[in-house]
Ligand binder design. Structure first.
Ligand SMILES: NC(=O)c1ccc[n+]([C@@H]2O[C@H](COP(=O)([O-])OP(=O)(O)OC[C@H]3O[C@@H](n4cnc5c(N)ncnc54)[C@H](OP(=O)(O)O)[C@@H]3O)[C@@H](O)[C@H]2O)c1
Length: 324
């Protein structure tokens, strides 16, 4: 038996229980992994509350790093002892050990530590698909990134900066403003105290930005549309403040024939080639130190409930890692 954070019903952080669970042998196409570091992600809170339904009981978590301890029939790309990491469905990452499909794992380069991988796989591959695939930025562009001091935020800020992009980032406190500035954000807006639409107009001399990356959702989405230049793109990639109201199609023409997309990482890493290309680009920017992965909070895995409370209370910055 091993320990895992399991929930038997949806609800607040209190539904996360430190349970003893059985981990079987890997079936064909599966690996069994002893996990050394587990990533905390905002999507975990949607899965916990039921905003995204799961069967019960469920072990939460989509991201971790660890070592392969057994491989099922037909697994050709991993052997026992390999260091791996992953960020994908099915859930089950909040565990000391788990059995999982081999096709969602990638081998870890020697220079990427387990905790770094657990802090970066989901948030960093998200940054990659957002800025390199979903709306591919070009050097010289000016873009708006919400929650720039968060997990995805700190990685995307540095990466955008590295690509020669001028980054305007929103944050919720003066401390987060300092952190964002230190990680590549050129213009920081505290959207708790400033009107970010007005500030964008000011910073861009009224032109607006070609893209807004919005993971905040309810509180920002409509105003994000107002920050775009004509034919700009709003990338709505998360709901940290709650699900936004449905978009009125007429607004897309009102705000300048704009585009809106609502992408998910898992659709950008669904094939083995796509996953490896995305992960390799991430490992490259980590190895070259263009992007530094900031693990600003760690918790024992058994205290995952407290980690969820802090994440939802906007107390965390950068990445958070849970330690089995
Ligand atoms: N579509 C995808 O495939 C995908 C993949 C990964 C992540 N995401 C999304 O990306 C976003 C960031 O994820 P993350 O794990 O890196 O989280 P995070 O950014 O570390 O945490 C969320 C941040 O959102 C901001 N926020 C604004 N209003 C909030 C509110 N009412 N309640 C809580 N937070 C609020 C807070 O920063 P401030 O205090 O600075 O405002 C908070 O720190 C999330 O929406 C997540 O769902 C999407």
């Amino acid at each position: 038996m091993i320990h895992a954070i399991r929930m038997h019903e949806n609800g607040g952080p209190e539904v996360l229980q430190w349970d003893e669970v059985e981990v079987g042998d890997p079936a064909a196409g599966e690996i069994r992994v002893r996990q050394t570091a587990v990533g905390l992600n905002y999507i975990d809170t949607y899965l916990r509350t039921g905003a995204r339904p799961l069967p019960m009981p469920s072990v939460l978590g989509l991201e971790a790093a660890g070592v392969v301890v057994a491989a099922g029939d037909g697994v050709t790309n991993f052997v026992v002892g390999d260091r791996i990491a992953y960020a994908d469905m099915p859930v089950g990452a909040y565990a000391e050990e788990r059995v999982m499909p081999a096709h969602i794992a990638v081998k870890l380069p020697d220079d990427v530590a387990d905790q770094t991988a657990a802090a970066a796989m989901l948030k960093g591959m998200t940054a990659q698909f957002l800025i390199r695939q979903c709306f591919r930025v070009e050097p010289g562009m000016t873009v708006l990134l919400h929650a720039a001091a968060g997990g995805v935020g700190l990685i995307a800020s540095q990466w955008l900066n590295h690509l020669g992009v001028t980054v305007i980032g929103t944050v919720g406190s003066p401390e987060k403003a300092e952190l964002a500035k230190a990680h590549g954000v050129h213009h920081v807006i505290n959207y708790q105290t400033e009107n970010f639409v007005d500030r964008i107009k000011e910073i861009t001399d009224g032109a607006g930005v070609p893209v807004v990356y919005d993971g905040v959702g309810k509180d920002t989405l409509l105003d994000s549309m107002k920050c775009l230049s004509p034919r700009g793109t709003l990338v709505s990639f998360g709901n940290a403040s709650g699900a936004p109201a449905p978009v009125n199609l007429g607004d897309l023409s009102t705000y300048g024939s704009i585009f809106v997309t609502r992408p998910m990482l898992f659709h950008y890493t669904a094939t083995r080639d796509d996953l490896e290309a995305c992960a390799n680009e991430l490992f490259d920017v980590i190895s070259s130190a263009a992007v530094k992965i900031e693990i600003n909070q760690t918790y024992p895995l058994k205290d995952a409930a407290q980690a969820h409370r802090d994440l939802e209370a906007r107390k965390t910055t950068g990445s958070t890692v849970l330690l089995p």
